[in-house]
Design a protein around this ligand. Structure first.
Ligand code: JA8
Length: 233
């Protein structure tokens, strides 16, 4: 899969995009991830990408032209463009079904905004998808882009090893995870529950199911038929 990210802070992504799962996916060729500096498409001596808002108000607004020019240079006509994701708190909440949908695309173009916002014409004419990673305000779309790219990449065929794929399976149900333990059996006076050390696989499985359901009911009732608000799956 190819993913293009357009940002005024390309350096932000060194680290997140170079190490661990994403680094491995890129080096193996499963992910063709390209980060572009929006200022490449800015004009004028100062390469500004923002301007004062029509109608007044605080802060600056990102101008439409650099985003349009970037999109056209990278992908040309509308018909040739990949799904174009604009990260914004007003977008569709990012949950696993949307992640799965995006992971089936041949490519994605991810647009990151800063300042007070992006000119509405970018939302209307360039973005095919407006996506939110949560109900809190960030200073820009870059952290949200990291979340989206990682969530999508781990679903690409061949990216996860077999052992790791099992973890995705267990998250696929709309339930939170059961508690995990490793050695030692007692740490600072805190003991691992007897059942998980019993070696009785049926008892362990039943205990894990019960704990997962109890934790989910307590912390995320919306996931188990409580209040609306979305499911993990
Ligand atoms: C923000 Br500025 C800006 C740009 C994108 C996003 S996504 C989110 N939760 N907050 C802020």
């Amino acid at each position: 899969m190819r993913i293009d990210v357009v940002t005024i802070f390309p350096d932000y992504f060194h680290g997140p995009f170079d190490v661990s799962l994403l680094g491995r996916a890129r080096r193996s060729g499963l992910l063709d991830l390209r980060v572009h500096d929006l200022r490449r498409w800015a004009t004028g001596r100062h390469r500004t990408v923002d301007d004062t808002p029509y109608g007044g108000g605080p802060g600056m607004v990102m101008a439409p032209a650099p985003f349009f020019d970037a999109t056209e240079e990278l992908y040309g006509a509308v018909a040739d463009r990949p799904r174009t994701v604009l990260l914004t708190p007003r977008g569709r909440p990012l949950r696993q079904p949307l992640v799965r949908e995006l992971a089936t695309e041949p490519g994605l173009l991810v647009l990151c905004g800063r300042y007070e916002g992006i000119d509405e014409r970018v939302h209307e004419a360039l973005a095919t998808d407006e996506v939110s990673v949560g109900d809190y305000v960030l200073s820009g779309g870059e952290a949200a882009a990291c979340v989206l790219v990682e969530a999508v990449t781990r679903l690409l065929p061949g990216v996860l090893g077999n052992a790791e794929s099992v973890v995705e399976e267990s998250f696929s149900g709309s339930r939170l995870e059961y508690p995990h333990y490793t050695r030692p059996a007692v740490y600072r006076g805190m003991a691992v529950p007897e059942v998980v050390r019993s070696g009785d696989h049926a008892r362990v499985a039943a205990w894990r199911r019960a704990r997962a359901l109890a934790i989910t009911r307590e912390r995320r009732p919306d996931l188990v038929g409580g209040e609306p608000g979305g499911e993990v799956d």
